[in-house]
Ligand binder design. Structure first.
Ligand code: PLP
Length: 402
């Protein structure tokens, strides 16, 4: 069966160049990067090269990059590494669970922090004025994501970073869904901490990095050796780090070549066709007539690869399964919550009703997708939505009465 993959926000295929760069570090160049002999020096050089490559993507110094086991660990390191008992933290209602659940833990008696979750408008955008209003004298950290994983909506992080700096608080941004899709330069954002993940930009799974601006007081989360300048203990996963470095290098080159414009064209075409299906609408990034909150930041930009579409009257899980049976891989939202029956916290925060949130599907394209795949997918989605609606007693009746 022909298979089309439109779930690149869940994970991306490792590019052949990335795989080739990693290959020697599984068997031939196996040294522990902390060993002083030849084998160790060989892998140490590879880790440091990767650090330079990630730093070049983000526009920072190599020494400011800490390698982790992925985006989740980097987010946790940022949140728990900075917040102390008695501190106040500001985050948003639409963060990935890697930040959201870390912040929920900060609320516990042991952690002893207060957390404010700022709302978003109907377009899925955090209003910097809300962040300013949430400030308290003891606000230590503000963590707002750069691009949302479900809608692709880009947040006004530079404005929020400025508010944090004026208030003397640290600013962390989860850039897992932004890196490689749009330019992510820590100097332009003005952040103190920034998270990236390998497998969202055609690198391997299980590796990520946290940018830690020089001078940021960050306490390590795990105890062990003095790896990563004592910021993250544990023998480095050399092959994965090399893969992340190569993926970062390729992502940077792709952005400089304007590759993301091609992806945006494909996404726009897909979105136009799918939102043309009866009773469907795009969630996020613009006016959404079905949201109950007012939309303050109309037309705010999104990353180029993502569209999230609500097909009224459809059960999103049923649509994902039906499309998968026909060879099209899409998602109902965050991969980590797939299989859960709760509607997306992101779409609910944007004001969608639970039914409409459940009827929404995320399509996330990647650099390997083609125009022909988009055309084929449009046909598949159209016929599957129509068939599922036919099977729905409520929708079927409504449709025939039209
Ligand atoms: N942050 C965002 C915005 C994500 O989309 C994800 C993964 O879906 C993560 C963090 C977690 O990254 P990882 O899968 O590398 O742990």
């Amino acid at each position: 069966m022909r298979r089309i993959y439109f779930d690149n926000n869940a994970t991306t295929p490792v590019l052949p160049e990335v795989f080739e760069a990693m290959r020697p570090y599984f068997a031939e160049q196996f040294g522990n990067a902390s060993s002083i002999h030849h084998h160790g020096q060989e892998t140490r050089a590879a880790v440091e090269r990767a650090r330079e490559q990630v730093a070049a993507l983000l526009g920072c110094r190599a020494a400011e990059i800490v390698f982790t086991s992925g985006g989740t660990e980097a987010d946790n390191l940022a949140v728990f590494g900075v917040a102390r008992p008695g501190d106040h933290v500001i985050t948003s209602a639409i963060e990935h669970h890697a930040v959201l659940n870390a912040c929920r833990h900060l609320h516990t008696k042991d952690a002893g922090c207060e957390v404010t979750y700022v709302a978003v408008d109907g377009s899925g955008v955090v209003d910097p004025a809300d962040v300013r209003r949430a400030l308290r004298p003891n606000t230590k950290l503000i963590s707002i994501m750069m691009a949302n994983n479900e809608t692709g909506v880009v947040q006004p992080v530079a404005e929020i970073a400025k508010i944090a700096a004026e208030a003397g608080a640290y600013f962390h941004t989860d850039a897992v869904q932004a890196a490689g899709k749009i330019m992510v330069r820590v100097g332009e954002i003005g952040c103190d901490l920034l998270t990236v993940s390998g497998h969202k930009m055609h690198g391997p799974q299980g590796v990520g990095a946290l940018y830690v601006r020089k001078g940021t007081e960050l306490e390590a989360r795990q105890y062990g050796g003095r790896h990563e300048r004592s910021r993250r203990a544990g023998t480095e996963n050399v092959a994965a780090i090399v893969g992340l470095g190569k993926a970062a290098e390729l992502a940077r080159a792709g952005l400089e070549r304007g590759e993301n414009k091609k992806i945006a064209e494909l996404r726009d075409r897909l979105e136009k066709e799918l939102s043309g299906i009866e009773a469907s609408s795009v969630n996020g990034g613009g006016e959404n007539p079905h949201t109950t909150q007012t939309t303050r930041c109309m037309g705010h930009p999104r990353v180029p690869n993502t569209t999230n579409i609500c097909f009224d009257g459809i059960d999103g899980e049923a649509l994902v399964i039906a499309l998968d049976l026909k060879g099209l891989a899409v998602s109902t939202g965050a991969a980590c919550s797939s299989g859960a029956i709760e509607p997306s916290h992101v779409l609910l925060a944007m004001g969608l009703t639970p039914d409409r949130a459940r009827a929404s599907i995320r399509f996330s394209l990647g650099k390997l997708n083609t125009t022909e795949e988009v055309e084929f997918a449009v046909g598949l989605v159209r016929e599957t939505v129509e068939r599922l609606r036919e099977l729905s007693p409520v929708w079927g009746r409504t449709a025939t009465s039209r």
